[in-house]
Ligand binder design. Structure first.
Ligand SMILES: NC(=O)c1ccc[n+]([C@@H]2O[C@H](COP(=O)([O-])OP(=O)(O)OC[C@H]3O[C@@H](n4cnc5c(N)ncnc54)[C@H](O)[C@@H]3O)[C@@H](O)[C@H]2O)c1
Length: 366
């Protein structure tokens, strides 16, 4: 079984789908690995590191011509055309549309895609959950960005030259990224408040030493699979209104609220931004999905009404070394349930038989 690891071509993407250490482990299990020359460079991994791990360094053609192509980002149409008929593809597919042209091109050539974002959020799949490993990094990095752009201290500072109160940080959306944002802001000494529409997050917020913001919207916020559901228009308006005073008092807002395959909910309105103190910072992790604040501009840092709005859309890529290692570990753990070891190398199992691989495998539309 030959695994190909091409260089990522998505603009600004510095991650690579395989790290040298994980590659060494996979070699030990009988996989052959072919990495496109220089694919790991932006993540800090050199071809020599891979060579030492038993990986063959090849050109792009050979990396795409493997039995199994492993990528981080969705391939382009041109990349699909370079893949072998009947090959397997593992990566984020970043689409909610079953008729997506890249997916259709894969199906036409008998390529079987496994989408990392479809790995179910169950205990047994935790080690394969790349959405979580990457969101965790995003939550951490979002706070680091905020702290770097906020012209004041996060912690309480008592010095002979004066005392400063801790920054008031509000985290909106307490999934994986939100929890890590709370933990990171707490470690930096900020006073942290957090809100999520799913009531079960209250306990998690408190366990990290932050204060939950309670709102009674009169509507259930928990949806299927642990995700949030979209609120009615009235509940959304009520939510914005009830959050307004709390948010206007914040010095830093980290927003992470998402609903799968839906536009991000607006939680921070322009009127709230106008009321925030000059120099406050909003890091909008939902920027790629429209933003939790309508003033956010995707992939830009802008200043509006005296508030800095950070709209980066790829935080894991800003920490590409660790992000790539986490991702490669997730992939290797997935391969662990896809293949069984045998004397003549790894054998692909029936992917429909395991609930994890069955959920990740994207089937052609009927
Ligand atoms: N293996 C596991 O058991 C496992 C692993 C990871 C995550 N999970 C669960 O999966 C679920 C999704 O986590 P995620 O990090 O992918 O979430 P996500 O990225 O889809 O969304 C981030 C957060 O935004 C919240 N949100 C959505 N709309 C909102 C609104 N209008 N107002 C306030 N908050 C809003 C969501 O409730 C969620 O907590 C969570 O329940 C999480 O605990 C389980």
């Amino acid at each position: 079984m030959i695994i190909g690891i091409p260089k990522e071509t998505f603009p600004g993407e510095a991650r690579v789908a395989m790290s040298p250490d994980v590659a060494r482990r996979l070699r030990g299990k009988g996989f052959e690995l072919r990495l496109q020359q220089g694919a790991g460079l932006e993540a800090g991994y050199h071809d020599d590191d891979y060579l030492a791990a038993g990986v063959e360094i090849v050109d792009g053609e050979a990396a795409f011509a493997a039995d199994l192509v492993v990528k981080v980002r969705k391939p382009s149409l041109e990349e699909v055309a370079r893949m072998k008929e009947g090959a397997l593809h593992i990566g984020f597919l970043e689409t909610c549309d079953e008729k997506d042209e890249v997916l259709l091109a894969m199906f036409e050539r008998g390529i079987r895609p496994l989408a990392m974002e479809r790995i179910p959020r169950i205990s047994r799949a935790q080690s394969m959950d790349a959405l979580s490993s990457q969101s965790n990094i995003a939550g951490y990095r979002a706070v680091i960005e905020a702290a770097a752009r906020y012209g004041r201290f996060f912690p309480l500072m008592m010095t002979s030259a004066g005392s400063v109160k801790p920054a008031r940080v509000v985290v909106l959306g307490v999934g994986v990224a939100g929890l890590q944002a709370i933990a990171t802001a707490r470690r930096l000494g900020a006073e942290v408040y957090a809100y999520d529409i799913r009531p079960e997050t209250r306990e998690q917020i408190e366990s990290l030493g932050a204060k939950p913001i309670d709102l009674d919207l009169g509507e259930e916020g928990s949806g299927a699979g642990g995700y949030a559901r979209e609120l009615s228009e009235e509940a959304r308006a009520r939510q914005q209104e009830m959050l307004a005073d709390e948010l206007a008092r914040a010095h830093v807002i980290i927003t992470t609220a998402l609903i799968p395959c839906r536009p991000a909910p607006i939680l921070v309105t322009e009127s709230v931004v106008k009321r925030m103190r000059e120099g406050s910072v909003i890091v909008d992790l939902a920027a790629a999905n429209g933003g939790n604040c309508p003033l956010t501009e995707a992939d830009k840092v802008v200043r509006k009404h005296g508030v800095v709005l950070v709209g980066h859309t790829n935080y894991p890529s800003m920490m590409a070394g660790d992000a790539s290692t986490f991702y490669a570990n997730n992939v290797a753990n997935l391969l662990g349930i896809m293949f069984e070891e045998s004397d003549d190398g790894p054998h692909l199992k029936d992917l429909a038989e395991d609930e994890i691989t069955a959920a990740a495998l994207v089937a052609p539309p009927e």
